[in-house]
Design a protein around this ligand. Structure first.
Ligand SMILES: Cc1cc2nc3c(=O)[nH]c(=O)nc-3n(C[C@H](O)[C@H](O)[C@H](O)COP(=O)(O)O)c2cc1C
Length: 161
């Protein structure tokens, strides 16, 4: 009963989180992403310590929250099921990285919104860490877009909202 208790809160918007450690760029799908403060503008991303992104965010000290559109659902599945430890998920998903304005982590060209964050804090909570990022630049390419929402049924089932 308690095993998948967090799915009671679903559907949740899915984001793509990019990071860079040394020369290695990575990205992963994440739905545990939330605003934390308006002033200063802080966002939280809860990431399991098992993820490669957990170490690349810690090492690189910044990350980008990119919002994918509905048509990018296949790329979201790839980024949420394969690990950057052994896969170049940019080439596998077909997503294009582009330089961010204020952080080392890349932005994603196809995403209508990219939120560039500097890592301010890591709060270890059980088997996840909440990485707290201060938004230092936002690129918004359009106002009207449909995101991707993870359903309660399985990690890779999505619903329209
Ligand atoms: C839709 C979706 C949402 C996900 N949300 C999260 C999340 O919020 N936090 C997390 O730690 N993993 C989440 N995952 C799992 C990671 O994306 C997955 O383990 C990924 O392979 C990690 O990649 P990495 O090892 O390159 O960091 C999600 C997966 C999917 C498909």
């Amino acid at each position: 009963m308690m095993e998948k208790f967090y799915r009671l809160l679903y559907p949740m918007r899915v984001c793509l989180i990019t990071s860079k450690s040394g020369e290695k760029d990575n990205l992963m799908s994440a739905s545990w992403v939330f605003p934390l403060s308006m002033d200063p503008p802080l966002f939280g991303v809860s990431i399991s310590s098992k993820r490669f992104s957990h170490s690349t965010i810690k090492e690189g000290k910044d990350f980008v929250i990119a919002i994918p559109e509905e048509w990018m659902v296949d790329a979201v599945k790839i980024c949420g099921t394969k690990s950057g430890r052994d896969t170049d998920k940019f080439s596998e998903s077909g997503l294009t990285k582009e330089n961010s304005a204020e952080v080392k982590a890349p932005s994603i060209k196809e995403c209508p919104v990219n939120i560039e964050c500097i890592l301010e804090n890591e709060i270890v909570l059980g088997d996840h860490s909440v990485f707290v990022g201060r938004a230092v630049n936002v690129t918004k390419k359009k106002d009207d877009f449909k995101g991707i929402y993870q359903s309660h049924k399985s990690p890779t089932s999505f619903i329209e909202v």
